[in-house]
Design a protein around this ligand. Structure first.
Ligand code: PEP
Ligand code: MN
Length: 338
């Protein structure tokens, strides 16, 4: 991909004539604007282009190739961080955003109890699965539409936006009607047909790293969504498979600063799926904040021993209260707020 970098004072008219020229050549223009600077990416195959042709257009500063395999997600395309605004929450800003809630929406009472409690404790966004990817087809696979309705009621009561997973392209419209952020789970990170579908939306996407995926593969999956036209992608490090058996997965903590260096997209850490054990959730959450994550996603339950999924890694409600208090002081120490 090639990017056209506009001069700092380029006018709207100059920018639109560059866009027009890009389209005439058969490329798709992708605009990035921030800190007074405009960069226009040229995506797709078009006619051979003559750099001089562009350099002579008014307002153009330079033409630069993006060498990395990920383009629109790269810092070369957009230097300043992407901020994703959902309701009154900003992901990718100064505040560490806490997403919390049960692994699965199990009942109205369970979800409302958890939502009220975590909201009191200061959580920003409510999570909960209505469509659950389960290893066994005999395990609880979620309440489906009824679960989405419960999440919507919890949002109405607390004001917290909701993040929930979509498992298949077939359910995208339905989940979109309810969710504020759509989660693509680790198992679907490379479901390219699904990525194409959600790329057509503008709704924010929480993209979880695949169980056996490299950092570059995660960024390439994000690229599918960005190239489809949806600029609102949040990356999530949730641990990868390794030979280690003391934890459910192995949290790749260095992935956070690496992703932040390579990409302008916000990055969050999921300490629950990373460890599989509630005792490890607080220390690993602290590590995530310390290393620069833009947020955390923590499974929390009012009665984890009876949870229908992921009880062993779910914090109790009092444990979640303690974690929030603890992280607030830690965030201050690393120049963030919570
Ligand atoms: C989840 O968030 O409950 C979940 C299934 O996560 P992952 O896709 O990371 O396993
Ligand atoms: Mn879970």
């Amino acid at each position: 991909m090639t990017v056209v970098v506009m001069k700092d004072n380029a006018s709207v008219k100059e920018i639109s004539s560059v866009i027009k020229r890009i389209e005439e050549l058969g490329f798709r223009p992708h605009l990035s604007q921030g800190n007074g600077r405009t960069v226009i990416g040229m995506v797709g195959g078009g006619l051979p282009m003559n750099q001089e042709d562009f350099l002579s257009l008014p307002g153009v500063a330079e033409i630069a190739p993006v060498e990395k395999p990920f383009k629109l997600g790269s810092r070369e395309f957009r230097a300043e961080p992407t901020r994703i605004v959902v309701g009154d929450v900003t992901i990718g800003g100064d505040t560490v955003v806490m997403m919390a809630g049960p692994c699965s929406v199990e009942s109205r009472e369970q979800t409302l109890t958890i939502a009220e409690s975590i909201h009191q404790a200061g959580a920003h966004i409510l999570r909960g699965g209505a469509f659950k990817p389960r290893t066994s087809p005999y395990s609880f696979r979620g309440l489906g539409k009824a679960g989405l309705e419960i999440l919507a009621e919890a949002r109405a009561r607390t004001g917290m936006p909701i993040v929930t997973e979509v498992l298949s392209a077939h359910d995208v419209d339905l989940v979109c009607e309810y969710a504020d952020i759509i989660q693509i789970g680790a198992r679907n990170m490379q479901n390219f047909a699904l990525l194409d579908e959600i790329g057509k939306l503008t709704k924010p996407i929480l993209l979880k790293r695949g169980l056996m995926s490299t950092i570059e593969e995660l960024l390439m999956s994000a690229e599918y969504i960005l190239a489809g036209g949806n600029p609102n992608v949040i990356l999530c490090e949730r641990g990868i498979r390794s030979f280690e058996k003391y934890t459910r997965n192995t949290l790749d903590i260095s992935a956070v600063p690496i992703l932040k260096r390579l990409s302008h997209l916000p990055v969050i850490v999921d300490p629950s799926h990373a460890t599989g054990q509630r005792d490890l959730v607080a220390p690993v959450s602290r590590a995530g904040v310390a290393v620069g994550a833009d947020g955390l996603m923590v499974e929390t339950h009012n009665d984890p021993d009876k949870a229908l999924s992921d009880g062993a890694q779910s914090l109790t409600l009092p444990q979640f209260d303690d974690l929030m208090a603890n992280l607030k002081s830690l965030a201050g120490a690393v120049g963030r707020t919570m």
